[in-house]
Design a protein around this ligand. Sequence first.
Ligand code: GTP
Ligand code: SPV
Ligand code: MN
Length: 588
Amino acid sequence: MATPLEKWVNEQSKLAKPDKIYWCDGSIKEARRLIEIGMKEEKISGNPVFQELNQKSWPNAYFHRSHPTDVARTEHLTYVCHPDKDVAGPNNNWMEPSEAKKMMAKLSDGCMKGKTMYVLPYMMGHPDSPYAKACVQLTDVSYVAISMRIMTRMSKKAVDRIGNSDDFFKGFHSVRDFDPNKRFIMHFPDERLVWSIGSGYGGNALLGKKCFSLRIASWLGYQEGWLAEHMVILGIEDPQGKVTYVAAAMPSACGKTNLAMLESVLPGYKVWTIGDDIAWLNAGPDGKLYAINPEAGLFGVARGTSMKTNPNMMRTLKADKFYPTLFTNTALNTNTNEPWWDGIDGSIPKNLIDWQGNPWDASKNSKAAHANSRFTVSIYNSPTLSKEFDNPRGVPISAIILGGKRTHLIPLVTEAFDWQHGVFLGARTGSETTAAAMHKEGVLRRDPMAMLPFCGYNMGDYFKHWLGMGKKLKHPPKIYSVNWFRTDDNGDFIWPGFGDNIRVLKWIIDRVNGNVGANQTPIGMIPDIKDLALGGLDIPKEKIEKLFEINSCEWKEELQDIEKFITQFGKHTPPEIWQEYDKLSKKL
Ligand code: GTP
Ligand code: SPV
Ligand code: MN
């Protein structure tokens, strides 16, 4: 008798009509074979799916060039199909589920003809974790199969865990012909199903990531009493060897990966990495909040990554471990066969070809590497990997940090008065858009808890759920807002960022551990400058003060925009959010 899993795979193959079906086991041998297939047999717009890079300087690294229209997440083509539109909320595109399925079935009919259908069984979370979920994705391109193998725990253990049950997350993915007019990423939360057509790009195609671990998981968490968040998880070790764990939400391309692998400029402090993008947060039996990272890899922004900004990531990318490392849409140095991007160490090489494969002409003002070019690398390659990474229970979180990219207004760091105020602080967060999704860069939008594109249900209900989580915890973490991106009158960043962010993290753990005081302002508690470890920093005092300036005129404008945003959620917005709004408005 076929298992529900086998039945499902069989039904999907009848629809997609692949030439072959290949069940992946996640083994090392298989990764080698899939890379070979990607180098020799499969093609995307005439290019091989993988190209071997210089194995001496970049061991185990391969280059991938995507279809030119397929370089970032497409939020306008992403839908959450609850039966009731109101459940999806104004923060999601919505389509009636049966209508969506009809459309997707039509687009999927015969979409894998002449291709192999890869069946990818994987776990999100450590297989021994009570919080882990068993998943299966189908795909028709080796790039996605290899990427999923790097990003997740892919193995037969997932098939064993599913056994005879129907309780697994289902992902159907096909790049079809990459037609941007036939590209859709559809979520069916009640069926734990994601159906994605027409894109091979990261969050559109690696369905374990944003689609399942955030959009569907946030909905599961809402029903079951836990949180799925767009957050990094890290441990901060102090000179006495005590490790304090924090989780931090920041919108796409706003600094999570860099924070997760930070190399401290303060002697005696060290950051340990647990995750760089997604956290699942559960209330533990001791009343603390526990975090696991459901992923096992890093899908990071190449631009700006160097030995100066993120040395631990450069070491991770060059680590000579088995797991293959992928570079997508970077430029290529044809002399050395090495990847290149803006901000990487060294001078600009002479013989670059751009991310689309054309010789690059520096005078033509085009970018050699795509602004959203990325690498995909196993987290086990990281020299900063925490020894708690595989702990099935996760780590206890002492502070939650909520960030965004704001060139004005928002202070370097603010502490919330309490949990409810912290939820408001997250709800009101705005951030300037980045190249991680297909839209104009640098436009301010509200992005509560960095979840606007990833919350799989009505965001008003999401705020309610956050408030409820706080009540459930006997020891709720303290909540902070941070902003590394405030600029001076010349438009330059005031704060050096990167390794210097440890100075802010130190203040946060000093607060959490009751070692320092703080000053009260209308928007929250801010540090006394004397309590910040600023030794060795060459920034004039006025500029540091500017990082904490609260301009009430600008804040009044901000309040109007916040009100407009929150009003959208109507009766779904909990009264506590409006209470906090009123308090702030009165204080200003
Ligand atoms: P996603 O993978 O899209 O979720 O992005 P992310 O939040 O992990 O962002 P990441 O750490 O990759 O950083 C994105 C960009 O911001 C990169 O170009 C970094 O170099 C830059 N960046 C990161 N941290 C800082 C910082 O502290 N200051 C400044 N000025 N730039 C930073
Ligand atoms: C993001 O955009 O937040 C990313 C990359 O982390 S993606 O996998 O495309 O979501
Ligand atoms: Mn992300």
